[in-house]
Write a protein that binds this ligand. Structure first.
Ligand code: BEZ
Length: 390
């Protein structure tokens, strides 16, 4: 063979290989690593996120931007100590294209570290750890939920401005989400002249509230602000009412206190005010369709966690669409996700520069087992993303 012919043959072979790899990239399933709690106090939250994610797929013929998907699942048990190992299993053993998780802020921070170290795409469908879209922010990390600061700051403003409270006691589980939620509430409340007179806490996921309720009764604040969610929120709201405090000292919370929990809380939750980026009666066509489809598919009412899971799938689909379905075209995927306008059941939202939703925060009131929207507490609230350099 002449040298010219040889060169041509080599070039043709190389081109064929490139084309076949590209074609394969288009045909391979998108590998999604779901790292969520399926046991423990946050188990129902993990299931709702997965349900929401799968609902979007069902509505789109089982595909994301025309691509088939394959799931790899890990129960993270809301245990931060196991987070690096669990996330690494998905990334290194299962070679997932994208990590989706999780609920607990401490676990999510472990996931964010693995995502950064391995440059894996991560979508956080709940955990509000401020740091994830703060100092830990990165081009490959996105969130479809909230920062712990967002609903808490809004509640602080409302407690001072609308309800005219002057003093408050806070109570939370002692971990990143609770600490940041209390900090956000305090920032809003004290910026409008209120004063947090005592910050109480107990370890996650303890539910021995009795001594703390006795202390609150003795302190006699104008109001109480708490961060609890899932099974712990159910128990707290019931204990607060049973201790006779509900009619004496108004109880407020980030909306997780009453989201996905109302059936179990019953009468004890009736009348509670909370703030969140979702409510059960939003006058939106998108939300009505979502709620109908979710109830039909799962025989359950959706909650904020289901919405965030649904939107995680929508966001990934937007990124994939921008990359022509090729998850390996990372820059195009990220660009598609950064600029996406997500038609969420909560209302339209866009991403901040730090990759966190800019969204309305609703003031809600529990009425007949529904979190009804009373007003928009803060319109298009953007997390300050302190410490994010991107
Ligand atoms: C968190 O850990 O960030 C969290 C958990 C449950 C509900 C909301 C936030």
């Amino acid at each position: 063979m002449t040298p010219l012919r040889l060169t041509r043959t080599l070039l043709a072979t190389a081109l064929a290989a490139v084309l076949s790899t590209a074609a394969q990239a288009q045909n391979d399933k998108i590998k999604i690593g779901l790292m969520l709690p399926y046991t423990g106090t946050y188990a129902a939250l993990g299931t709702a996120i997965e349900n929401g994610f799968r609902l979007y797929l069902d509505e789109n013929g089982g595909k994301l931007a025309g691509r088939e998907v394959e799931f790899f699942k890990v129960d993270d048990e809301s245990d931060p100590a196991k987070a690096p190992e669990n996330a690494n299993k998905l990334v290194k053993r299962d070679q997932v294209d994208v990590l989706v998780g999780t609920v607990h802020s401490g676990v999510a921070m472990g996931m964010a570290k693995v995502a950064k170290d391995t440059n894996t795409l991560l979508i956080v469908p709940n955990a509000g750890a401020d740091a994830i879209t703060g100092p830990l922010c990165a081009p490959n990390i996105f969130r479809t939920s909230f920062t712990n600061w967002q609903p808490a700051y809004a509640m602080g403003l409302v407690a001072a401005e609308k309800f005219k409270h002057k003093t408050a006691v806070t109570l939370t589980w002692k971990y990143a989400a609770g600490d940041e939620s209390v900090r956000g509430f305090k920032e809003g409340f004290e910026s409008k002249g209120g004063k947090v007179i005592k910050e109480l806490s107990l370890p996650f996921p303890n539910v021995e509230f009795q001594a703390l309720l006795t202390e609150i009764a003795a302190l006699k604040p104008d109001a109480v602000y708490v961060f609890f969610a899932g099974g712990g929120a159910v128990k707290f709201v019931k204990d607060y009412a049973a201790a006779g405090l509900k009619d004496k000292i108004p109880l407020y919370g980030a909306g997780f206190l009453t989201d996905g929990t109302l059936e179990a809380q019953g009468e004890a939750a009736n009348g509670l005010f909370t703030t969140l980026h979702y409510a059960d009666d939003l006058p939106l066509i998108k939300d009505k369709a979502f709620r109908f489809a979710y109830a039909k598919t799962y025989k359950l009412q959706p909650d904020v966690y289901a919405v965030q899971g649904y939107d995680a799938a929508q966001l990934l689909a937007a990124g994939l669409k921008a990359a022509g379905g090729d998850i390996k075209k990372r820059d195009a995927v990220v660009q598609g996700m950064r600029t996406a306008k997500i038609d969420s059941p909560r209302g339209m939202f866009t991403m901040s520069k730090a990759h966190n939703p800019i969204q309305d925060i609703y003031l809600r009131k529990v009425d007949n087992k529904m979190n009804r929207s009373v007003s928009i507490a803060v319109k298009q609230l953007e997390d300050p993303a302190r410490g994010c350099k991107m």
